[in-house]
Design a binder for this molecule. Structure first.
Ligand code: EPZ
Length: 430
């Protein structure tokens, strides 16, 4: 099993290129099969989740041509099946975006029901509510969602919960329904807007993405396009908090500063200097940082995907910070690992009280999920001594060349998989 081994203590300094947004790219790749012409997508992050979804798309017969690590051509004309196997869903739940894409285009989709994951039960009732509202029969049989419609008719749909996945999935199905669909109480994340822009570049008619109401006029066909995925605000924010926690000076390049406003606001609150440029943001962290409070909320609130990263940083800030996780029910597991590195934390329900300490001490920890794994690496970078992070397969799902990018900023980190490699690292770093 691969691990990261880290010798902490070096401030991160320099510039780092941010890749394409994983959570936009996954939905965009699924939507690409809705055209019978060739769609080219670039600025894809080269991460495991993307590669698994491309396999699933090829698995139903679509033409998938990987032009290079960050560019793919897809043509949905050759799709022969609307049945997505369980093992794809088991590997990445976002395969469920093929539900909306296939139902929209073929009026039929069969996708294994996604399970929960480490951060929560992850229900999809709002997705199914939207498909049914558009006129689809949706049954769950033997762990599989079977959605069928003679034709889809636009409807006025009010989501009971603000859901990124449901907003995107129903938007895709509605893009090829008959007539006007109005979606209310929708998610407004940048990646929701990116998927709407992508669909519109294929000839869809979607207005209002990024606001509280999305209006979709269905079209009969979607055509070829060439599209570039937006930068990943979560990857960018992860490096920004890594700069804060290691008392560094890091500039994240290729970003949209507006998408980082909630992260920037918190970094300023704890005492970092933040400088914004057209497509870059610089974070400088000098001296002891101060505690603050944060509550995760749907965009434009503070993102739940940045909660572990700010949690690790706050654990080094002077004073007591309170984190409230309002989106997922089980996203504090990393704090148990952080306590083993010397953090002083107390979790009660969906709130965590964090008493800042001067330093962490390196330890062997395990990544409970994607963002928590990245956050524990940040903790190791800021710690005294050696940290080993297990289960880094989670991190590799969403971060491209994570250890290489950290090394380019001065981090002492390597990917290892044997005790021999660990010993070699220890000898090298002394
Ligand atoms: C997306 O998950 C992201 N994943 C998650 O990022 C992110 O944490 C989440 O949005 C919130 O921003 C992808 O985009 C692939 P939701 P999603 O539906 O769409 C409840 C990462 O680290 N809910 O917005 O599954 C749900 O339980 C991942 O990259 C329902 O109740 O999230 C949760 O409490 C982790 N019924 C809340 O809504 C539904 O039908 C928000 O979930 C759907 C969701």
């Amino acid at each position: 099993m691969e691990q990261y081994i880290i010798k902490g203590g070096n401030p991160l300094v320099g510039e780092v290129e941010i890749g394409g947004a994983k959570n936009a790219a996954l939905a965009i790749l699924a939507a690409a099969i809705m055209s019978d012409e060739t769609v080219m997508i670039d600025n894809l992050p080269d991460v495991n989740d993307i590669n698994v979804l491309l396999d699933a798309i090829a698995g139903i017969g679509a033409m998938v041509h990987r032009v290079d690590r960050h560019t793919v051509k897809i043509n949905g004309k050759s799709v022969t099946s609307v049945d997505i196997e369980y093992d794809y869903i088991k590997k990445i739940r976002a395969s469920y975006y093929l539900l909306g894409a296939l139902l929209g285009k073929y009026k039929h989709a069969e996708v294994a029901l996604p399970g929960g994951c480490n951060i929560g039960s992850r229900p999809i009732d709002q997705h199914l509510k939207g498909f049914r509202a558009l006129g689809a029969d949706v049954e769950i049989e033997h762990g599989k969602i079977i959605a069928e419609a003679s034709h889809l008719v636009g409807k006025h749909i009010y989501f009971d919960v603000v859901s990124v996945g449901a907003t995107i999935n129903v938007m895709m199905a509605a893009a090829m329904a008959d007539g006007l669909t109005i979606l209310e109480n929708v998610a407004k994340e940048p990646h929701v807007v990116d998927v709407a822009n992508f669909l519109n570049s294929m000839g869809a008619n979607i207005r209002g993405a990024g606001t509280d109401v999305i209006r979709i006029r269905g079209v009969q066909k979607l055509h070829r396009t060439s599209y570039s995925v937006i930068p990943d605000q979560i990857e960018a924010g992860t490096f920004m908090f890594a700069a804060a926690a290691t008392k560094g000076d890091v500039t994240v390049l290729n970003v949209i500063p507006k998408h980082l406003e909630a992260t920037t606001a918190k970094l300023l609150e704890i005492g970092c200097e933040v400088e914004e440029f057209d497509d870059a943001v610089r974070v400088v962290s000098k001296g002891r940082l101060k505690s603050t409070h944060v509550k995760t909320l749907p965009y434009p609130g503070f993102p739940t995907d940045m909660q572990p990263q700010i949690g690790v940083t706050l654990a080094l800030c002077e004073g007591t910070s309170i984190i409230t996780e309002s989106i997922f029910e089980n996203r504090f597991k990393y704090l148990d690992e952080l306590a083993r590195m010397g953090a002083s934390v107390k979790v009660e329900g969906n709130s965590a009280a964090i008493e800042g300490v001067e330093k962490f001490s390196g330890a062997r920890v395990s990544a409970p999920d994607l963002r928590a794994g990245a956050a524990l690496c940040i903790a190791g970078l800021a710690a005294d001594g050696i940290t080993i992070v297990d289960d880094i397969v989670y991190i590799q799902r969403g971060y491209e060349r994570f250890e290489e990018k950290l090394r380019s900023l001065g981090a002492v980190i390597e990917k290892v998989s044997t005790e021999k490699e660990i010993r070699k690292f220890m000898l090298k770093v002394g």
